[in-house]
Every structure is written in C-alpha cells, then in structure tokens.
Design a protein around this ligand. Structure first.
Ligand code: 3EB
Length: 354
C-alpha cells in the first residue's frame, strides 16, 4: 500500500495513520469506507470502532480483536511487496450483525456486507457455488437488500480440471449461473461487479456488498460483456458486470470488477505482463470515462487498486506500468493469486469515486 490518506464523503479509503486519535479518524459522513491497516493498527481500530465495522478481509495475516460476530474473511493469497495489511470495511451507521449457516453479515443502513465461507470444495465446486449463491440470495431477500452490487469469489486451484476434465473456474460459472437463473436474476441490469480469483489453498470464500437500492451496471464497449461471452469459455457464461456505480451516494462510488487484458472476448499479449498491465489499465480507464464523463484525469478518481499477480517474478514489471499510468499515489495492494484464464498473468480491480 502506497499513498496518502484519502478521506471522502461517501466511500472513504484511507491508510490509517497510527499516531492519530482513532476516534477522530472515523469519517462520520462516509456511507461506506475501506481502510488498509497493518495488523497492530487493525487490532486497535477494530477495538475502538467495532460498532461501525462491516467486515474484515485478511490476506495471510489474522486479527484477534474479533468483535463477536464480525465477518472476517481469510483469503489465502500472499501479499507481495508490503507488510500484510488488513482490509476493513466500515459504515457511517451503527451496524447490526447476524449469521445463518455459512453466512455472517453486518447491516449498516441501506447496505449489507456479507461473508460466505466453507471448507474447500474439492470436486464439488459447482454445487458448492450454487448453494452458496442460493444462501446469499435468501439472505438478501430476508434483509430486504435484494441488490447484489459487488462480490469477491475466492477458491483454490481455479485453473485445475475437475475429474470430468472441465476446469474448476468453468464449474464455478455453471453453479453461479444456475443460482442466478433460479432466482430470476439474469436481468443484466442486476448483475453485480465481481472478481473470481484463485487462492493458494484456503477456504471457499465469497464476500459481498448488497443494498436496498439498485446500482448502475457499467459495461465496457472495448470488451464483450462477460454474460455474452461465446461458449468456448464454458457452458455457462460468467455473470458479472464490468463495474457497478452506487449513483445514489455522494461522490457516486464505482466498484470496478477484476479487469484483465481482454479485448472483445479474447485475451491479448500472452506471456507479456507489462503489456497485459497496460491493456487492463486501458480497460479500467474506459470504465472511468463512462462512469464519470468528461474527467481530464480519470485515474485521479481511483481510491484503491487491488492487483492479482500470477507469478511473483512479474511484480516489478506490473508495478512499474501501474505507477507510470496512474501515478504513484494510488493505494495499491498486490496479491499472489491465479487468474481465471491460464494465459492471464494479472487482473486489476479498483474502487473509484468523484
Ligand atoms: C474476464 O474479464 C476476466 O467470473 O466473476 C474477471 C472478473 C473475470 C470476474 C468472474 C471473471 C470474473 O473475463 C475474468
């Protein structure tokens, strides 16, 4: 994570300064915020602000100051290039919590943060995914937050084949599709932004943000919408939007999905991590232009980047392209992970706001 503190009105992303008073750091106006803290800072923050924390995501590290019922996602993706940071999602409003089965959730005003976790599904990934999404959709109905805005999907061995010879990512897509179809969620305006990334072992972990209000799905005209990919990528289409904008919040935050070096529906620049990085950033720039028309410096709107890197050796090339295109000031977290097509060397997701 590199960069200055960033505090904004609706979606606040900040690198917590440990010397500062914890209470005064909490941004009362932020509807939704994300912070990246080291483990010690995170413990202090969680102890002092438990009432406003929606959930926590750890990459290899752990937090112990785990307020009762707090959703804590443990993602088995080693963080590269920095001491391990804890991702903390916070709400402006006091949160309510609950759990049922494999789900743990927090509710802050109109927004719901949820975590679904299960032991790894070895050859049952497809039905495991189907049941996970079914459980999520029932929770959304119960909570009257029917609109799934953003979801992160993490599971191991994403590029490995199941015993039937089909890649696990494709099985995941089938299970997801069946659950969306059954819940009458194939309407393209209601498909969430997403990342689906391979972890290095660990559990099957989905975490998500839903709301009582609909977001605006943003598609990228440089790319075929994933839900319209031709069947060569699997018997059921991936279901995600390229980005979702929360247009009812101040500063209109935008969740940009995992974005790769794909033009049309084809991967480009095999074996060239620097070129793939530039093309992924071109795709992100296009989404920023569509969501915030007329901005001279679209990357100035990006608050955080998360970069999934397949091979650690490519980190310097990837990082130098990102810094050249976006400037060094964007807080960025690099994770060692597998991307859902074996030729893709990296994928970049982002959160932006005006
Ligand atoms: C792509 O554009 C790259 O299946 O949920 C990116 C983000 C990708 C989300 C998903 C897949 C997913 O197709 C892969």
């Amino acid at each position: 994570m590199k960069g200055e503190n960033v505090t904004t009105d609706s979606l606040c992303s900040e690198r917590y300064a440990p010397q500062r008073d914890v209470a005064s750091t909490a941004s009362a106006q932020a509807a939704l915020g994300v912070l990246y803290l080291n483990s010690a800072e995170a413990e202090r923050y969680l102890t002092a602000n438990a009432d406003h924390v929606l959930g926590v995501v750890c990459h290899g590290n752990e937090v112990t100051a785990n307020a009762t019922g707090l959703p804590v996602a443990s993602v088995a993706m080693p963080q590269l290039d920095h001491e391990p940071l804890v991702e903390i999602w916070k709400a402006s409003e006091r949160v309510l919590r609950g759990s049922s089965g494999s789900l743990v959730w927090s509710r802050g005003g109109d927004l719901l943060f949820g975590l679904y976790r299960q032991p790894p599904h070895e050859d049952g990934l497809e039905s495991g995914t189907y049941h996970a999404y079914q459980a999520i959709f029932s929770l959304l109905a119960e909570q009257q937050t029917p609109h799934l805005l953003r979801i992160w999907n993490y599971f191991s061995a994403i590029n490995a084949d199941d015993p039937d010879g089909m890649e696990r990512y494709k099985h995941f897509c089938v299970g997801r599709y069946e659950a969306f179809a059954e819940s009458a969620r194939l309407n393209t305006s209601d498909i969430p932004a997403a990342s689906a990334v391979g972890s290095h072992g660990g559990e099957f972990v989905l975490y998500f943000i839903a709301a009582s209000r609909r977001g605006v799905a943003v598609e990228n005209d440089r790319q075929v919408s994933a839900y319209n990919y031709p069947p060569q990528y699997g018997p059921r289409s991936p279901l995600f939007s390229r980005a979702t904008q929360l247009d009812w919040l101040p500063r209109r935050p935008l969740f940009i999905s995992g974005t790769a070096s794909i033009i049309g529906h084809a991967s480009i620049y095999y074996d060239d991590a620097a070129q793939q990085t530039r093309e992924a950033l071109n795709n992100i720039r296009r989404l920023l232009d569509l969501a915030y028309p007329g901005h001279a410096l679209p990357f100035a709107l990006v608050r955080t980047l998360k970069i999934y890197v397949r091979h650690e050796k490519d980190l310097p090339a990837i990082r130098s392209q990102i810094e050249a295109v976006t400037g060094k000031a964007i807080p960025s977290i690099y994770l060692l992970a597998d991307i859902c097509r074996s030729e893709l060397l990296l994928e970049i997701e982002a959160i932006a706001e005006e």
